[in-house]
Design a binder for this molecule. Structure first.
Ligand code: OXD
Ligand code: MN
Length: 589
């Protein structure tokens, strides 16, 4: 099984040898990404009871992994950006000096792989032949991480060839350590393209290609190189006349990005088709045509399982019926995965493998996940692997806002859109540890993921906009508006396509809109509220912004923005000032 580190002199091999001498594994395995290799790893995990094979007749080639109960979510408070200057990381990040972080990590890594296999996983983020793709190597002592990386990225020989060919690559070192929350850190060194992660085996902390590389390190590189690495889904829409548009949309974690990326058109929109390019991350470049082009750097989905069913997301439900690695779901008596919202069957064991007690809380962990190849998605876009990416017509921001943001509005310009993105806020969910249901500010849904100071990040967005001669239009949506009793005003799911159609019509300059202080809002009759059974009272609430709340929101946002001074671009303050004037606020910064 083991392919010892070949004795050649090159920087990546020297790095592997250095790491092996620090971590002292009993064995080194260089992954080539073949099916045989992955089957072998899986079989060994099954034999060691670390992975459970699920019922083959209903869930062929599916497995269950149970994580340590103290290791079930990303850990933002233990995630650091290690730039030489603290100011460059910004108040939006935890910061540690690179030397301090390195020596702290060095102490943790010393001998940590004794008795374990050190896996070496070369990977590529983005299609292998795309000029926009980036490569990396993750060293890990977790076979579970290898299996996830093999689904989420393009691992193996071809990625290694790119590195051998001289591409710069991200060096990621991961060890589960003892899974001790008190000895857990996720460090990023964007200047030297390095990631060091210790003490967690959970997705975002351990699958280093995803949040660590494709967002934190990539956003830092993107600023230096003039592109954007964003926490966005990419979805394609085709109208019955065959007109096609791609939309990139940023929502904070667990606001339904995967559902929107895989949306099923409602019966009320016959002839419409939806295709998924990506559900979590977009890398966006200014094309030679002056437009914005996007690739999805990932090759799979690491989605939240609870709530997934044929009604909420039929495509996701169908794609996880086979070839899926489940984490922290419950089990039925006949070894099927079970989760809240699955509807059928009963759990027999909870996510920790204990006999299920209906009085004892949820059976599946609320942040239980599926990892599955994008190729399983019935509506995986034929353009998802296009090396040049897909052209983006609209950028959509959104969040969970019970009582303030209207269903949809359009920013007046790119610069106003940057303000709209900077003002994204949402109620917290289970994807990150911490309190649930608290409103937190999450600019562009990048709060946990921007690898540098938000003031510089907003400036970078403005700079990219200046280079776009065919800039996408920017919108904000809120699927989560509620009435006073907590009832959702908008049906969501497939019906969100009605809103996307309005967005496309605006991009094509086909319809007019109402001029509201917040931005352009749909005219009466341009969204089919009545035919969706939405009362006129709800419809008018969905398209209104309560003035007192709006005024309070703007004050809160101004105070938040100030925390990024003196790096907040003056143009952004100008946009805020204009918005305040439109809202009738006499403000001063
Ligand atoms: C995720 C997230 O994608 O937390 O897992 O954003
Ligand atoms: Mn995400």
């Amino acid at each position: 099984m083991a392919n010892p580190v070949p004795n050649l002199k090159s920087s990546w091999q020297q790095w592997l040898r250095d790491i092996a001498s620090i971590t002292q594994p009993s064995d080194v395995h260089c992954c080539d990404g073949t099916l045989e290799e992955l089957n072998g790893i899986r079989e060994r995990l099954v034999a060691g009871d670390e992975l459970l094979r699920l019922n083959y007749s209903s869930f062929p080639n599916c497995y269950l992994y149970r994580s340590d109960p103290r290791d079930v979510a990303r850990v933002e408070h233990l995630t650091f950006i290690c730039t030489p200057s603290k100011d460059d990381a910004g108040p939006n990040n935890n910061w540690m000096a690179p030397d301090e972080a390195k020596s702290k990590m060095r102490a943790l890594y010393r001998g940590c792989m004794r008795g374990r296999t050190m896996y070496v996983v070369p990977y590529c983020m983005g299609p292998l032949d795309s000029p926009y793709s980036r490569v990396g190597i993750e060293i890990t002592d977790s076979a579970y991480v290898v299996l996830n990386m093999a689904i989420m990225t393009r691992i193996g020989a071809r990625a290694l060839d790119l590195i051998r060919g001289g591409r710069s690559f991200v060096k990621g070192l991961h060890s589960i350590g003892e899974l001790d929350p008190d000895r857990r850190f996720i460090m990023h060194y964007p200047d030297s393209l390095e990631i060091e992660s210790f003490g967690s085996g959970y997705g975002g902390n351990a699958l280093l290609g995803k949040k660590c590389h494709a967002l934190r390190i990539a956003s830092y590189q993107a600023r230096q190189e003039g592109w954007l690495a964003e926490h966005m889904l990419i979805v394609g829409l085709s109208s019955p006349t065959g007109e096609k548009h791609f939309i990139a949309a940023a929502f904070p974690s667990a606001c339904g990005k995967t559902n929107l990326a895989m949306l099923i058109p409602p019966d009320s929109m016959p002839g419409w088709r939806v295709e998924t390019v990506g559900d979590d991350i977009a890398w966006l470049h200014v094309g030679s045509d002056g437009g914005l082009w996007a690739i999805n750097p990932e090759a799979g989905y690491f989605g939240v399982v609870p709530g997934t069913n044929r009604g909420t997301n039929r495509n996701a439900f169908d794609m996880i019926q086979r070839d899926t690695l489940f984490t922290n779901v419950a089990l039925t008596a006949d070894n099927q995965p079970w989760w809240e919202g699955r509807k059928k069957f009963e759990p027999k064991f909870d996510w920790q493998g204990r006999p299920y007690d209906p009085m004892g809380g949820a059976a599946a962990h609320p942040n239980a996940r599926f990892t599955v190849s994008a190729k399983n998605n019935p509506i995986y876009s034929p353009h998802a692997e296009d090396p040049g990416g897909v052209p983006i017509s609209a950028i959509v921001f959104g969040g969970r806002r019970r009582a303030i943001a209207p269903l949809v509005y359009q920013a007046r310009s790119w610069a106003h859109g940057v303000l709209v993105g900077a003002a994204v806020a949402s109620e917290t969910t289970a994807a990150a540890t911490g309190e649930l249901g608290v409103v937190r500010r999450d600019p562009m849904a990048m709060k946990p993921f921007a690898g540098y100071h938000f003031g510089d990040y907003f400036q970078h967005w403005l700079n990219v906009g200046r280079r776009l001669t065919k800039a996408p239009k920017i919108f904000h949506v809120n699927w989560f508006r509620q009435d006073a009793s907590g009832k959702y005003l908008w049906p969501g799911f497939g019906d969100n396509l009605h809103v996307l159609r309005w967005i496309v019509d605006r991009c094509e300059n086909r319809i007019d809109a109402n001029d509201h202080p917040i931005g352009w809002m749909p005219k009466q009759g341009d969204l089919p509220f009545a035919s969706l059974g939405i009362s006129s009272e709800f419809a008018s609430e969905l398209t209104s912004v309560p003035n007192d709340r709006f005024v309070a929101e703007l004050a809160d946002f101004r105070a938040y923005l100030k925390t990024f001074d003196p790096r907040v671009p003056p143009d952004l303050y100008d946009q805020l000032h204009d918005l305040e004037l439109r809202a009738g606020i006499n403000c001063q910064g």
